[in-house]
Design a binder for this molecule. Structure first.
Ligand SMILES: Cc1cc2nc3c(=O)[nH]c(=O)nc-3n(C[C@H](O)[C@H](O)[C@H](O)COP(=O)(O)OP(=O)(O)OC[C@H]3O[C@@H](n4cnc5c(N)ncnc54)[C@H](O)[C@@H]3O)c2cc1C
Length: 401
């Protein structure tokens, strides 16, 4: 059987390649940007797809990596979240999720993308069923009933490939999506996320904070090292220069202090701040012929609740079930009907997550006093109405698909 072609070797493309290889399906993985060569054990140079960001992996994502036999390698870089505190600056409502109350070991694990990327890439490089071709750009994608055809460019050289199935995991601005004529709905949140690592005087004790402030919803998550925490702070587009750059370090720490009060102790140190534009991009469909969109190419969402990559992993896991069945029956891997059945099977989970994240961003970005009151009572209800917490906890852990 021909190799499946994955376009895009970000965290989704690499994870998918490993899932396919585990089913004995051959893969060619094409990535535009050259991957780093890793040196010493603590060497984690950034790649555009696994950079300064951290990912809060839901329990379901951890299970998926466990099934893949990778969790033992990832765990040493991950920090479990035992509690989640949600609150709004200047308001009375707050909500707390505690692992023992929900009967779970943890709500998920935070991992630095650079480490996740290093583990995934190292594994891919060691897997015989995967041919990794990096530093190449897919510049054309066409298909007929029999095959999909790609033109691939490496510096001055071009070559052609064909396959029964193309998995387009080529990110938010997906070339493949455009090449096969799939349109998108775009919503610009008019925000950028400031991302960094901070050191606080109080140990994190495995508590994750989501605090809605006048400047935007601020997530503070525990990282390896008792006092290290990850910050994701969506701020209004155009104001990012106020927070970036060495000369703004103290200003940034002061803003965190003001937002969090004493909850995390004193904000002592911050690493370099990076910024990411926040746009929701939703593909009108995810399958055309022999091409299926995955990851950010299918749905790019706001990182407010740390759901994007988790959703992508659940998609990937279900797609592999369909493909594995086809493979075992020696049937066409690019069968449109099968790919469309996959798409249909995933819509419900996708729509719920997309709706939830979008509502949280919009619901908490409005200063209308009535809405503020509703938010407060919502957060209180969250603490007092039986059944609400397990529901939300399961959702956050990615267990309610
Ligand atoms: C600030 C921030 C914080 C986040 N935090 C979380 C979190 O805590 N939890 C969570 O679940 N999610 C989180 N997310 C979402 C998560 O980062 C994304 O879901 C994930 O990165 C999507 O990965 P991807 O592989 O689909 O896309 P990308 O990472 O964009 O990868 C696409 C790859 O395709 C390659 N490519 C593009 N075009 C071509 C071409 N023509 N030919 C060959 N290769 C090509 C690119 O070089 C790139 O490597 C966060 C996102 C942001 C912005």
């Amino acid at each position: 059987m021909q190799a499946v072609i994955i376009v895009g070797g970000g965290m989704v493309g690499l994870s998918l390649a490993l899932m396919l290889a585990k089913q004995n399906i051959k893969v060619k993985l094409l990535e535009a940007i050259r991957y780093p060569d890793y040196g010493a054990a603590d060497d984690i140079p950034y790649h555009s797809s696994f950079d300064a960001r951290n990912s809060a992996l839901s329990r379901r994502s951890v299970q998926i990596y466990q099934e893949l036999g990778l969790w033992d390698k990832l765990q040493q870089y991950a920090t479990p979240i035992y509690q989640v505190h949600i609150s709004e600056q200047g308001s009375f409502g707050k909500a707390k999720l505690i692992n023992q109350h929900e009967g779970v070991e943890s709500f998920g694990q935070v991992i630095e993308n650079a480490w996740l990327g290093r583990v995934l890439l190292t594994e891919v490089r060691q897997t015989t069923n995967i041919e990794l071709i990096d530093g190449v750009q897919v510049t054309s994608l066409k298909q007929d009933v029999e095959q999909a055809y790609l033109t691939v460019k490496r510096e001055e050289e071009t070559f052609e490939l064909s396959t029964a199935l193309v998995i387009a995991a080529d990110g938010r601005d997906s070339f493949c999506r455009q090449a096969i004529g799939i349109g998108v709905d775009v919503h610009d949140y008019d925000q950028v996320a400031i991302v960094t690592t901070v050191q606080t005087s109080k140990p994190h004790q495995h508590v994750g904070f989501e605090r809605f402030s006048a400047l935007g919803p601020l997530a503070l998550l525990p990282l390896p090292g008792e006092y290290r925490r990850s910050v994701v702070w969506p701020v209004k587009k155009g104001t990012e220069q106020e927070w970036l750059g060495e000369h703004n370090e103290q200003h940034f720490l002061n803003a965190l202090q003001q937002t969090y009060g004493d909850r995390a102790g004193k904000f002592i140190k911050t690493g370099q701040r990076f910024c990411y534009p926040l746009t929701q991009v939703l593909a009108h469909k995810q399958v055309v012929g022999r091409v299926v969109l995955m990851g950010n190419a299918a749905h790019t969402i706001h990182p407010v609740a740390g759901q994007g990559f988790n959703l992508c992993l659940r998609d990937a896991h279900v797609l592999i079930r369909y493909l594995s069945h086809q493979f075992q029956q020696q049937q066409d891997l690019g069968d449109t009907q099968v790919l469309m059945a996959y798409e249909k099977a995933r819509l419900n989970d996708q729509q719920k997550v997309i709706f939830f994240c979008d509502r949280v961003v919009k619901g908490f970005s409005n200063n209308n006093p009535l809405l503020k009151f509703a938010r407060n009572t919502g957060l209180l209800a969250f603490d007092f109405i039986p059944g609400v917490k397990p529901l939300i906890a399961n959702f956050a852990m990615g267990l309610r698909a």
